[in-house]
Ligand binder design. Sequence first.
Ligand code: AHG
Ligand code: MN
Ligand code: MN
Length: 364
Amino acid sequence: MPLRNRTTLTQYLIEERRRFPGSSGDFNSLILDVALACKAIARSVAMGELGGMYGDQAGVAGAAVNVQGETQKKLDVLSNEMFIRISQWGGHLAGMASEEMDHPYQIPAQFPRGKYLLVFDPLDGSSNIDVNVSVGSIFSVLRAPQEAIDTGRDVTEQDFLQLGVQQVAAGYALYGPTTMLVLTVGNGAAGFTLDPNLGEFMLTHPKLQVPEDTQEFAINASNSRFWEAPITRYVDECLAGKSGVRGKDFNMRWIASMVAEAHRILMRGGVFMYPRDNKDPSKAGRLRLLYEANPIGMVMEQAGGRASTGREPMLSVKPDGLHQRIGLVFGSKNEVERIELYHNEPTEKHNDNPLFSERSLFRI
Ligand code: AHG
Ligand code: MN
Ligand code: MN
């Protein structure tokens, strides 16, 4: 396809900015920095074993562990550094936060401070890095509190604890057979494919729309014994297929890279669930609110899909910690609404009684 028929990411951003004639251009520069970080990460991921970056990051004793208690891969750490190095100098940011850093990152004194906060998961789907399955980066842009912008003070964890609806922009890059960037600046969601010859993201998927209905769901079924009743009910009904209340067969997928599942759902519909469960009472879910659930949630909603905790809209959850975990359900609107309905229906009393649980004395 000749270049003249394609819109570049830069052109898309400039055209979007024309909606706000007073804007400074900081925001566009920030998004272009993020896109550059993603291109750099894409190259490192694509080098695979040849890049010498497979395996765990060395720590003080054994492998390094992040604030969540998860082993860090070398590429997790490298990707985090790329985000920082490429976005810190431009004067657009007041601070950053990431899965791989315990506390907010302060913009070094030699660089000007700006008005935005960048929150990111530098590499999502880490368990897939060494096995050459798609991984990605997820990012969210927030506005810093006005007083932090005015004074140029250090950012605090509190500054980042904003509702998902307050995100100025969000998106992800997917490092798959092609590298893609999916972005929302609050005016729909658009997909760009990296042209490897030019090193440019080209608009290939304008106005993404998630189909409202689906026959495909994604969940890690190895956790089924820990699920809450509404999720068990939903999955059971999907598995019953044509013979059950849904009256249609469902297909199941689990990549273990949320970013790749989000992309599949944006392309052809589906529903993703990593719900709150009883596996570890200290964790309200597996995935993190600020740099996984909220940005993917904004992309989904901007594409006509829905994102939820199962009980309430994801984007209206008040965060209480930088690395807070949360139950996450997103995708085709009608399925997410059905799952919310199941959570909000009063559960029948006998569900809690072990005598009446599945495969008990009282059920055959
Ligand atoms: P991360 O690699 O950033 O820690 O996130 C991995 C997440 C997510 O991408 C995926 O959906 C989920 O972990 C997979 O979890 P299981 O290993 O429990 O399937
Ligand atoms: Mn992740
Ligand atoms: Mn990660």
